[in-house]
Design a protein around this ligand. Structure first.
Ligand code: ATP
Ligand code: MG
Length: 274
């Protein structure tokens, strides 16, 4: 199963991505977490120290790897067919959570220095990685929308759009949801986060209804999450907290709604329900 976690900056994407990845790994899935944020910090949430996390060379900055994968002999022409399995084997970093971490790094868009070759490698990674029944890939995406235009999320089975009740977060969530559907992502679900009142719960759930999306969970505001952020503690310390209990329920919903191929089922109507 390939799951992408998207949404506006600061809504809780890394909390959700790290939580899901850890819980998948704990259930015995071989789990790869991909940090696609230009300022990567998923590693710390998965138990690496800040020093360990910052010493990882992101794939996009690994010029030798990018070159060797995409070289055709013609300048400006990139090979689109290359194997990606060895990238996981050689560059994924084990973390104390049991999740293998792959740091993608920044892929600048066209106009800000062409990194098309790096982008090609990253897109192919997500698209062509074959994820078996007992494997999971969780992608912690860059905040906002721009990356969706680069097709990074093409080939994912499930897009979790994280939002709080803030009007601006909901607006971003609306556009992310639309773009994910337009790129053919079969399941686009909403995950409410930092929900602190009945009112906020109502706002997020009517948003999900309005956009025709399934609300897969509503994670409460939880001081333990804030505290773990301050002390740079991993998601594992959140075990048993209200926030992590809700992420566990979300994991179960995702797993119970999967068919034999390990992919979330599409309803006969093609609607975004499991
Ligand atoms: N449910 C919650 N309860 C309390 N604090 C939370 C909750 N979820 C997230 N936070 C806090 O909000 C901040 C942002 O969370 P997080 O880093 O997961 O968001 P993000 O969407 O990944 O941000 P960015 O866009 O910067 O990558 C962190 O300080 C985190 O501890
Ligand atoms: Mg983040």
């Amino acid at each position: 199963m390939k799951i992408a976690v998207a949404g506006k900056g600061g809504v809780g994407k890394t909390l959700v991505a790290a939580g899901l990845a850890w819980l998948f790994a704990r259930r015995g899935f071989r789990t790869i977490a991909v940090d696609a944020d230009p300022t990567p910090n998923l590693g710390v949430s998965l138990g690496l120290t800040i020093q360990e996390a910052s010493s990882i060379l992101p794939i996009s900055e690994n010029a030798d790897l990018i070159e060797s994968k995409t070289r055709t002999g013609f300048p400006g022409v990139y090979s689109l067919t290359f194997s990606v399995e060895d990238i996981i084997r050689n560059y994924a970093v084990p973390t104390p959570s049991g999740v293998q971490l792959l740091v993608m790094g920044t892929v600048k868009s066209m106009g800000s220095g062409c990194t098309c070759a790096a982008n090609t490698v990253l897109r192919s990674l997500i698209r062509h990685l074959v994820v078996d029944r007992d494997e999971a890939l969780v992608l912690d995406m860059e905040a906002g929308l721009e990356h969706l235009g680069r097709g990074t999320a093409e080939g994912v089975d499930l897009m979790l759009v994280v939002t709080d009740a803030n009007a601006k977060s909901l607006e971003t969530a609306r556009v992310v949801t639309r773009m994910a559907r337009e790129s053919g992502v079969p399941n686009v679900f909403i995950a409410g986060n930092r929900i602190d009142s009945e009112d906020e719960m109502r706002i997020v759930s009517s948003f999900a209804q309005e956009t025709g999306s399934r609300l897969i969970g509503t994670i409460p505001y939880d001081h333990a999450v804030m505290k773990a952020g301050i002390t740079a503690d991993p998601v594992m310390v959140l075990e048993g907290t209200p926030a992590m209990q809700e992420i566990e329920r979300m994991t179960e919903s995702i797993l119970s709604g999967t068919d034999n191929q390990g992919k979330p089922e599409k309803s006969p109507m093609g609607k975004n329900t499991i």
